[in-house]
Every structure is written in C-alpha cells, then in structure tokens.
Design a protein around this ligand. Structure first.
Ligand code: 0WD
Length: 256
C-alpha cells in the first residue's frame, strides 16, 4: 500500500527522541509520502528533536509548549506561512509529576491533578483549535491514550483520569469538527518502553503481564502504532471519527 499520504502535510507534536511513539508515527507517515512538520517543547529538547527531524526528513521544526497559549498562536501563524495547510495532526503528549505516579491515587494533589489534565487532556482541545483553520480541506487529528483511562492500572493514577478526559474530549471535538470534514480519534496503545513510560513505577511488570496474557502474546511495537495512525490519517480512515482504536495486541478484551 504505497504512498497513502502522498501530497499530504502532517504536523506531529510529541517527538522527544527516536523511542517516542510520535517518532514511529512520523516514520510511517514519511514512508507513505507525507511531508512532515515536527514540534519541540522547549530549548532543552531542541537538539534531540532536531536530530529526529533530520532523520525523518521533516520540512520544518517549530517550537511549541502546549501549556503556553502564545506558543500555540505562534505555531498556528508559522504553519499558515508554510506549509499553509495541514491534512493530518498527531498529538502525542502527556505529562504528570512523578510523585503522583508513585503514591496512591487518594494522595493526588490539586496542583498535580490540574497539571496532568492541562498537559495531557486540555492540550488536545487547544491544539485542535489552533490547527483547525489550517485544515480547510478536511483532515485527521489523532491523539494517544492508554487503557488506564477505563481500568485501574497500578501507579497510572492521575494519568488514567487525564486519559479519560482526553478520550471524552476526542468525542466532543469529533462532533464539533465533523461538519468541517475533520476527524478526531485516539489510539489506545499497549505499553511500550519510552521516556514517559519510565516514569511509571513497575512498568516492566506491566510489559510482562501483557506479553503473557494478551491474545497476540506479544508487547505492542511502535511500528504497529505508527501504522494504525497512518490508517486514521489516510483516506482509508475516512469513515472513522470519535473513536478509540486499541492497538494493544488485544489486551483490552481480557478479563482475568
Ligand atoms: O507505553 C507507552 N509509552 C504509551 C504511551 C502507551 C499508551 C499511550 N501512550 C501515550 C502517552 O501517554 C503520550 O500521550 O503516548 C503519548 C506519547 O508518549 P511516549 O511516546 O510514550 O513518550 P515520550 O517519548 O516521552 O513523548 C511524550 C512527550 C514528551 O516527552 P518528555 O519525555 O520530554 O516528557 O510529550 C511532550 C514531550 O516531548 N511533552 C510536551 N510537548 C509540548 N508541550 C509537553 C508540553 N508542555 N509536555 C510533554
């Protein structure tokens, strides 16, 4: 299935390094002919993302901390200048303070709760508002979520609640943007060792459980997430919006 995104422009937020899920999505998009724009969170991340952008053959690299409204406005202006339009946007961003992922959920602080919600859920709304004017020809917005939104996963805590809000935001945004031909979906990925995942206590034991119990009996690979994102961004996904697509070796269907 070559060139599914030929002539399409994609914006990808959330590449931190080559292990990021956003990087695997970038690889899939690039393989199928998309022109890529990447963002980096701040100066601290710039060099690493610059390397990734070069490897992925991205045409532009722009700064965007999603917690700052003025940076989202600047991003929107920069995109209007070039490439001038977008067909696909990937939001692959989450953050919670480490201490909120180690204590019991009951101990969640107000500040920690709000921080996780702001970066991991509200940012999708802010990003969608910033990019929608560039998607005049319709398009696709995809975010990344995790099963901790609907099940209790030890130590996922405040992030599970943020992912629940994120998945709900996907549905409301899909309803608002559908009449403009913009589809909004989430991919619920199985656990994968990335920088963010390392913040979750006992993450390795989660990997072991999935590998032994999931129907496909293996852990999710980044390329599987990349190809699912490709499907959603391409014309093959044209009838799909407001959906949470599990790419987790089938783990989510299991009881005990
Ligand atoms: O097992 C996993 N790795 C799974 C991840 C399973 C299911 C879902 N996900 C989700 C995550 O929750 C997240 O939403 O996938 C998304 C991407 O996560 P990732 O690829 O696992 O992790 P990582 O490579 O760390 O990318 C997340 C990035 C940040 O990286 P660091 O490591 O620097 O925290 O999100 C970005 C940042 O690049 N980020 C921000 N970008 C802009 N503005 C901000 C911000 N304020 N905060 C974090």
């Amino acid at each position: 299935m070559p060139n599914l995104l030929q002539g399409k422009c994609a914006l990808i937020l959330g590449v931190a390094n080559k292990w990021s899920l956003a990087y695997a999505i970038g690889e899939a998009f690039r393989r199928e002919g998309a022109s890529l724009v990447l963002t980096y969170q701040g100066e601290r991340q710039r060099d690493a993302v610059e390397t990734c952008a070069a490897e992925l053959g991205a045409s532009r690299l722009l700064a965007c901390d999603v917690s700052k409204d003025h940076e989202l406005e600047q991003l929107s202006e920069a995109l209007k200048a070039a490439p001038g339009r977008l067909d696909a946007v990937v939001h692959s961003i989450a953050f919670a303070n480490r201490e909120e992922l180690g204590n019991s959920f009951l101990e969640t602080s107000r500040a920690g709760y709000l921080m996780a919600q702001e970066i991991s859920a509200y940012s999708l709304v802010a990003v969608a508002r910033a990019v929608a004017p560039l998607m005049g020809g319709g398009g696709s917005i995809t975010t990344l979520t995790y099963i901790g939104s609907v099940r209790v996963i030890q130590n996922y805590n405040v992030m599970g609640v943020a992912k629940a809000a994120l998945e709900s935001a996907v549905r409301y945004l899909a309803n608002d943007l559908g009449p403009r031909g913009i589809r909004v979906n989430a991919i619920s990925a199985g656990p994968i060792k990335t920088a963010s995942a390392r913040a979750i206590k006992d993450f390795s034991s989660i990997l072991d459980i999935v590998a032994t119990r999931a129907p496909l009996r293996h852990n999710t690979e980044p390329g599987e997430v990349g190809d699912a994102a490709l499907f959603l961004a391409s014309d093959l996904g044209r009838g799909v919006t407001g959906n949470v697509l599990y790419v987790d070796s089938g783990f989510h269907i299991m009881g005990f």
